[in-house]
Design a protein around this ligand. Structure first.
Ligand code: CBF
Length: 833
């Protein structure tokens, strides 16, 4: 590559190569330069926001240098790349992460101090990049961190939403949504106005003859431009800096219609631009729920078409034959949202590149892998055939052809089973007809994986059972989720990370989490336990301050902190938790003052957003706040029970909450939570968990040992029978739960009518989430938690033992499994100098 540039010019470039700062003085120079030039400020008006901006720009410059070299290296070596397509990347803040990953946080801390700033205050200025709803988006962010850390040549592709997940405000106990405009100043993105792709929609398909062959030509009705924005993703302790490319939509014909503008029609002169920009304007705020809106389908196609164009353009530069495409490219579909990529690649290969259908299909299916993240029926994506036809007419034809060939092959392999054909058809013969995206994703991929063992088993025996019969079991695999220990331990809990490093031979455990097992030999070390307990306490003090600052409620950090933070969803069962809290409250109220003195003080902490259209979830938030309003001011109760709802739960708040928890709740109805990842974050931060036998809780139990987790409730294999019995047999409500309901109905927590639907869901509507069935064992298990917590020495020992056995749950392990089992891709050796 170098040889193409004449010697003298090459020398001039090399002589002037940018060197990144490595020490305090170099860092300070960069900060001052950015304050004075980029921000046009000076020491006299450099506030914390300016200090944050300049520090970020200094680190961004550094990352861009590494990013450029990483891209050059990957292009030069021309090895296989991974492309992770995700409609959500829940990144959180970038600065702290960048400083820690490049190993220069101390330098920045000292430099900022000399310039008059505290690093903690500077870091806090950053707006969370909240381009995701929950677990699925955060998983994508953890995977990017691991891909870079492990030196895999990998790109993430997503949408650059102008508004991320809404900000949640709690007003009079109710959730109110406020738009999250996060792009005011975002130093972490790099606009690539030269990287644009025209994306077409609507129109019609015409048959034409080209070189004696009949081809389908899609003539567009509308064209929208995709503009690339790059976000550098630094690996930990490696120069590898990968790329996250986010697409933003823009009108293709320029800013506005001059003709309309000149004739004074100002409003419609910008109409095209506004319509185009709407595509990447907002993240759909639903977690585990698909609503089937046209704009959502437009987002999906816009993003996958731009990404595929980019991937294909990069591949074509290598001048390889198309059959080598799957040797150079692995595309992972994060859920069914990017499934149209399968159809789009087939279209590119057949309609544009002129490959035969079968040859193209072989390439397509060898390229894609599909990750399923849920078995909940309401989350399984389906699109009306009519809508697909209207928006993407050529794609619908291709989907029909894919389905035809697939069904023919099924008929051949499993003859005389017409019902099977109906069941597995990509087109559901309903009114209206629907395209089943999960089925399309399975048919178009070479591997399908679930995200925890139980979940991967469940998809094979329930929703995708027929496909296991058709393809055989090898197509289906499991990759249990994981989290990055860099953000979720080192960054969120620096003191604990340091203590662990002192017992594990330094920071290597952050790259090889199995090294945590060295902690186990120190479990009995009194001094170590003491330091461990002190760190937990300090983290609780930090959270107590946050609670006081945001809710006004004073909580005692010596209480047991019981936390449930995640999206609000009936299947996650925050209602079970709050009913349990009411039960605790009633029990405390029924005690004499002397009896109360013997009780363990507890703070029940909730946090999480409800999808704006999810009425029941909003009622649950309202009940939690209503209970808090009564309990928190009850003088009989005092510190014995506090109920807190933390507003606007997000990644940066999770970084404060996880390290401060004593016990956290992962209590979904068995068989409903695919994996869960906050369970891993809490245990890694030295907290114990109470949970059902669901998702990754099962594997966490296997790793850390049954005596270190509080399990309760019915098993997934019993759920169906129980539901059946509720509907067709008699359904008796647990007597303690009945008392809780009666209290709510008495009006103790406000207008009973507000909560009647929540009660009716259990009493009258079949208790689908088994709240009553699990209530008794839930309450009993909480009593065990109280007892265990009283013995602090043993409690801490349990926490240390659990952390020492958490090595399996790093996202690095996940990425290595994907690389080996699904992508067939190798990391690229890096030159550190
Ligand atoms: O696999 C990551 C996470 O994805 C979800 O959040 C999802 O959106 N489907 C699941 O609900 C989680 O169980 C899972 O951990």
């Amino acid at each position: 590559v170098e040889a193409s540039i004449p010697e003298p010019q090459r020398e001039a470039w090399k002589r002037n190569q940018i060197t990144s700062f490595t020490d305090k003085d170099g860092f300070e120079k960069e900060v001052v330069r950015h304050v004075e030039t980029t921000l046009a400020r000076s020491m006299f008006n450099c506030d914390e926001i300016a200090a944050y901006s300049a520090t970020s720009l200094a680190f961004r410059d550094r990352l861009i240098t590494h990013w450029n070299r990483t891209q050059q290296r990957q292009t030069y070596r021309d090895t296989k790349r991974v492309y992770y397509l995700s409609l959500e990347f829940l990144m959180g803040r970038a600065l702290d992460n960048a400083m820690l990953n490049v190993g220069l946080k101390n330098v920045a801390q000292d430099g900022l101090a000399e310039l008059g700033f505290r690093i903690e205050d500077v870091v806090k200025q950053e707006h969370d990049a909240a381009l995701g709803n929950g677990g699925l988006g955060r998983l994508a962010a953890c995977f990017l961190d691991s891909l870079a850390t492990l030196n895999f040549p990998a790109w993430g592709y997503g949408l650059r939403y102008r508004y991320g997940i809404f900000k949640q405000e709690i007003i009079d106990g109710y959730q109110v949504e406020v738009p999250d405009y996060w792009l005011d100043f975002n130093p972490w993105e790099f606009p690539r106005h030269d990287v644009t792709v025209d994306i077409q929609f609507f129109g019609q398909v015409n048959k034409k003859t080209v070189d004696g062959k009949t081809v389908s030509v899609w003539e567009a009705g509308e064209i929208v431009q995709a503009v690339a924005y790059d976000v550098p993703i630094p690996g930990y302790d490696t120069p590898t800096t990968n790329n996250l490319r986010l697409w933003s939509s823009k009108a293709s014909g320029g800013e506005f219609d001059f003709q309309k503008f000149n004739s004074g029609d100002y409003e419609s002169s910008v109409a095209d631009q506004q319509r185009a920009e709407t595509i990447s304007a907002v993240l759909y705020p639903n977690d585990n729920l698909e609503r089937g809106k046209e704009l959502r389908l437009k987002q999906q196609y816009f993003w996958v078409a731009a990404s595929l164009y980019d991937i294909v353009r990069r591949f074509k530069k290598s001048r390889r034959s198309w059959n080598e495409f799957p040797d150079q490219v692995a595309i992972q579909l994060n859920d069914t949202h990017p499934t149209l990529a399968i159809v789009e690649l087939q279209r590119i290969l057949v309609d544009i590149e002129g490959l035969e259908w079968d040859n193209a299909w072989e390439i397509v299916t060898s390229t894609f892998g599909y990750t399923n993240h849920t078995v909940l029926p309401e989350a399984l994506e389906k699109w009306p055939v009519g809508l697909v036809q209207h928006l993407l007419p050529r794609h619908l034809q291709i989907i029909y052809d894919i389905n035809l060939f697939f069904l023919q092959s099924v008929e051949k392999a499993i003859p005389d089973d017409r019902d099977m054909l109906r069941r597995v058809s990509i087109i559901e013969e309903s009114q209206p007809k629907m395209v089943r995206m999960a089925f399309l994703a399975i048919v178009g991929s070479h591997k399908v994986n679930g995200v925890a063992e139980l979940h991967s088993d469940l998809i094979k025996t329930t929703i995708f059972k027929d496909f296991v019969e058709i393809y055989g079991p090898d197509k289906f695999t499991n990759v249990t989720n994981g989290i990055t220990p860099r953000r979720w331990l080192h960054q969120a809990n620096p003191r604990l990370s340091e203590l662990i490093a002192s017992k594990c031979g330094g920071n290597d455990f952050l790259k090889d989490l199995t090294l945590l097992n060295q902690l186990e030999k120190h479990v009995q070390d009194k001094q170590f336990r003491k330091e461990w307990a002190e760190i937990k306490y300090a983290n609780k003090v930090r959270l107590a301050k946050h609670i006081k600052d945001t809710t006004g409620v004073v909580v005692n950090p010596a209480s047991l902190f019981d936390v449930q933070v995640k999206r609000i969803h009936e299947y996650k069962r925050q209602q079970l938790n709050i009913f349990g809290v009411i039960h605790r409250y009633l029990s405390l109220k029924a005690m004499t003052p002397d009896q109360r003195k013997k009780q363990l003080p507890r703070v029940s902490i909730f946090g999480g957003k409800a999808a704006p259209g999810y009425w029941m979830a909003k009622q649950i938030i309202h009940l939690i706040n209503s209970v808090g309003a009564v309990v928190n001011k009850d003088e009989d109760i005092g510190d014995l029970l506090k109920v807190i709802f933390l507003e606007d739960y997000n990644v940066s708040k999770a970084e404060i909450i996880c390290p401060a928890s004593d016990i956290s709740e992962h209590i979904s109805t068995a068989g409903t939570e695919a994996s869960g990842t906050s369970n891993m974050k809490f245990v890694l931060n030295g907290g114990l968990i109470i949970g059902t036998c669901d998702g990754a809780n099962i594997e966490i139990t296997r790793e850390i040992g049954e005596s270190n987790i509080f399990l309760f409730g019915n098993l997934s294999e019993d759920v169906e029978d129980l539901r059946h019995a509720h509907t067709y047999g008699s359904h008796t409500i647990d007597s303690d739960l009945d008392k809780v309901f009666n209290e709510i109905e008495k009006g103790t927590f406000g207008t009973p009518h507000d909560f009647s639907a929540m009660i009716a869901a259990v009493r009258q509507h079949g208790d689908y989430y088994l709240v009553s069935d699990d209530f008794h064992s839930y309450i009993e298990t909480h009593q065990l938690v109280d007892e265990a917590y009283r013995n602090q020495d043993e409690w801490i020992a349990k926490c240390i033992t659990s952390v020492s056995r958490m090595g399996f749950f790093t996202s690095d392990r996940c990425i290595n499994e994907y690389a080996e089992e699904i992508w067939n891709v190798e990391p690229l050796a890096v030159d550190r100098h």
